[in-house]
Design a protein around this ligand. Structure first.
Ligand code: SF4
Length: 82
């Protein structure tokens, strides 16, 4: 069983980038380079955001990423590696 980070409430994202910060802290990087999560403005609706997650996010402590989001955008799911 492997843990995966799933985006379940993208519509609730407010673009605060706390998840990006948490990802960077875990990777010990700063700046957007190397971040496994990116928050982009929705080009069709400027008030909304698109949450972009790199599959390598599984290398991180997913629980902490889930907790970092104040809007409960993420969910930790278990999937077997098949
Ligand atoms: S922490 Fe949650 S609300 Fe904030 S940018 Fe990330 S997904 Fe969006």
């Amino acid at each position: 069983m492997s843990k995966k980070l799933k985006v379940i409430n993208q519509g609730k994202c407010v673009g605060c980038e706390m998840c990006v910060l948490e990802s960077q802290q875990q990777l010990k990087t700063a700046g957007l380079e190397g971040s496994y999560i990116r928050i982009l403005r929705d080009l069709n609706d400027g008030t909304k955001f698109v949450v972009n997650v790199d599959p390598r996010v599984e290398e991180l402590n997913i629980k902490r990423v889930v907790k970092s989001c104040p809007k409960e955008v993420f969910l930790e799911v278990e999937e077997d590696g098949a």
